[in-house]
Design a binder for this molecule. Sequence first.
Ligand SMILES: Nc1nc2c(ncn2[C@@H]2O[C@H](COP(=O)(O)OP(=O)(O)OP(=O)(O)O)[C@@H](O)[C@H]2O)c(=O)[nH]1
Length: 429
Amino acid sequence: MLYKRLVFELKTLARVLTFDLPFLFRAFERLTMAARFLISRYASKTLTQFLLPCLQHRSHFLTTTTLPRYSRGFSSEPPAFASDSRVPATVITGFLGSGKTTLLNHILTAQHGKRIAVIENEFGEVDIDGSLVASHSSASEEDIVMVNNVCLCCTVRGDLVKMLLDLVKKKKDKFDHIVIETTGLAKPAPVIETFCSDELVSRYVKLDGVVTLVDSKHAMKHLNEVKPRFVVNEAVEQVAYADRIILNKTDLVTEGDLEKLTDKIKHINSMAQIKRAKFGVVDMDFVLGVGGYDLDRIDTEVNVDDSHCGNHQHDMHGRHHKEHHHDHVHDSAVSSVSIVSEGTLDLDEVDDWLERLVEEKGEDLYRMKGVLSVNGSDQRYVLQGVQSMLDGCPGKTWEPNEKRTNKLVFIGRNLDESALRKGFRGCLV
Ligand SMILES: Nc1nc2c(ncn2[C@@H]2O[C@H](COP(=O)(O)OP(=O)(O)OP(=O)(O)O)[C@@H](O)[C@H]2O)c(=O)[nH]1
């Protein structure tokens, strides 16, 4: 009887752990999202609020080349093109054993003239990665700041905020760049949000980019792994949020393996630049000074790559001669949708569309970048977003004979490609 009771209790516990806990966690995340949304909508400047003054003075707007700046959900309006004196921070992510510490060592020993502060996110008592970094580094110990035993991936990011603020307040003149190494199982979203939505952090530190290490030998297995309901696949999330992806450990696989893996990764994230490497050896400008969240880089960053579309059908009906349509047949829930189309957009309609999109899909919309051709303006309009946060401003002027091509890339979960295309078309003049 006692044995049976024990088995029953254990089974119940297992069920709670495998189902109820993730569900409760997810429910809590949703509540947090809802609260954040309400705050961003009613307490900070929304997209509409930013655009309204301009729309109310529509005639003025149409006759000048001045477009409005907007920022939705970002705690303070990030500098657009003016000089930005905030300390850049690079987040290194990647699955367990993919080569994050190896890359970190490479960064610390390479000649780039930057003094790096390191935030380590190691669990456990022993500072293994910390000592590895220190023993290999040519940088003086003064330049390396180790912070350990902190869970960066947990939804309460108070510790990361505290660490970043301590660093900039107490040691600001000792370094020029911060590198944060997350654990292999960390979800990148909360770390990214810390930089965008925390008022104090975003005042002093700017996210330079998310660099994701991919273990060429084992990544395919992790990316294809089907998780229980409500449980995210960290490997997929790490690829989805990346600005730069390093296909590491290429010495352990064949060219064919690498091509298949590249195809898989580009399906998830068509926006990130990818480089192959052995032992994390890449050029420093591939990982530092990326400007992944700088609006003035959006134009060069949004290079929609068609090369991975090998055997995908391109649906060319309707505006086929102008709009490039990717009809992917992959089944992964996280993917990219790219829209490349000539034509002029009504900013008013874009405002409505994006506002609706963010409200409905904010949580599933991981990253978004865009360069738009807007009615009545000589300038590009550049946009970028993370989940429900959006940031946009006028960009470079179009050349007189330049094709005004709109480019938008969305990365997210369960994206409805045809709805996105329809929404975009609805904004065309
Ligand atoms: N063959 C091969 N081994 C590599 C390469 N890069 C890293 N390694 C090895 O892979 C192992 C894991 O590398 P780490 O840099 O510690 O990986 P990590 O992502 O920091 O690991 P965790 O912190 O445990 O998640 C180490 O033994 C490295 O020497 C590579 O390109 N090729």
